[in-house]
Design a protein around this ligand. Sequence first.
Ligand code: SF4
Length: 366
Amino acid sequence: MIFNTDFYHSLGLADVRRKVMDGERLSMDDGRALFNCPEPLAVGALANEVRRRMHGDKAFFVANRHINYTNVCVNACSFCAYQREDDEQEGAFVLTAQDALDKLAASPVAPREVHIVGGCHPKLPLSYFEEMLSAIRSQYPDTVLKCFTAVEIGHFAKLEGVSIEEALKRLQAAGLDMLPGGGAEIFAPDVREQVCPRKLNGDEWLDVHRKAHAMGMKTNCTMLFGHIESIDDRLDHLIRLRELQDEHGGFVCFIPLPFLTENSALTIDNPLTGLEKLKTIAISRLMLDNVPHIKAYWVMLGVKEAQAALKFGADDFDGTVVEEKIGHGAGASTTQGMTREEIRGMIRGCGFTPVERDSYFNAVEG
Ligand code: SF4
């Protein structure tokens, strides 16, 4: 039940509330008013209103399996606790296609979706990725292969000396279905210069997704928040995603990723509180009026905050995951994976109806 008009008036959010109730698009100033609101529950109630309008009491999850193929990466982002400089550094690894198949064969859950991401290795040719995709595709013909962030696609194309379109086409021919949303971080150039100076810039990240969408490929999108970015940087990021979504509608799901401080070389004075994370998730739901789904990524949020996020605008709980190295390298203290029944229990525990989905959010029988 949404709080009454007088309450929002007292918070300076009467106009924002009216726009939300009327389904009108929110502006940058509306977003600022939401971030400035001292009452996170009021912001959460608006986001919950929108998520219930879009999805009722459904909360989605997927039987998925993450595979990280290498941690060797040329980028050295300041927040990354996963990267190794080269193959010789302690802990460095590169999987073969057979290693990936072995991981899938050992998976306790038959994956409906395989999520493959890794570092930007200085030597792996495009054929390495084509072979890995083809090997998985031949054994798992119906599994959706959601692989390689825009940053990786840009790196593969540069290393191979081909265009982004050519790299995407070759990977698609080998079995790639969809791109995950990682690597977006925060688009603001001055922040990017400090946290990930060697990565694709914001325009380039958006352009990889634009090209994928133009080919008919669906993708996800993310925002890493709670480090050195400003509130305006977060809003600018969300609005730029919204503008791209207006072009082709290719984004399926937005994943707000809270910055984890534990093992990062990037030190910050004021780590995020739980309520700040929930408020940002809620504002993401409200600003991204054209992105159908908002994920409560339990790996990074923790299971309890992810449950709370379902009341703050999120409608997806991600999935079984099985093994995850990047968030856990950054200090995520969550388990490596969950069973379907555990996820269903988590969702029911906060009053929603669990719906197992495929990568495109079609309901499936588990
Ligand atoms: S965040 Fe990704 S691109 Fe950046 S250093 Fe880590 S693995 Fe490399």
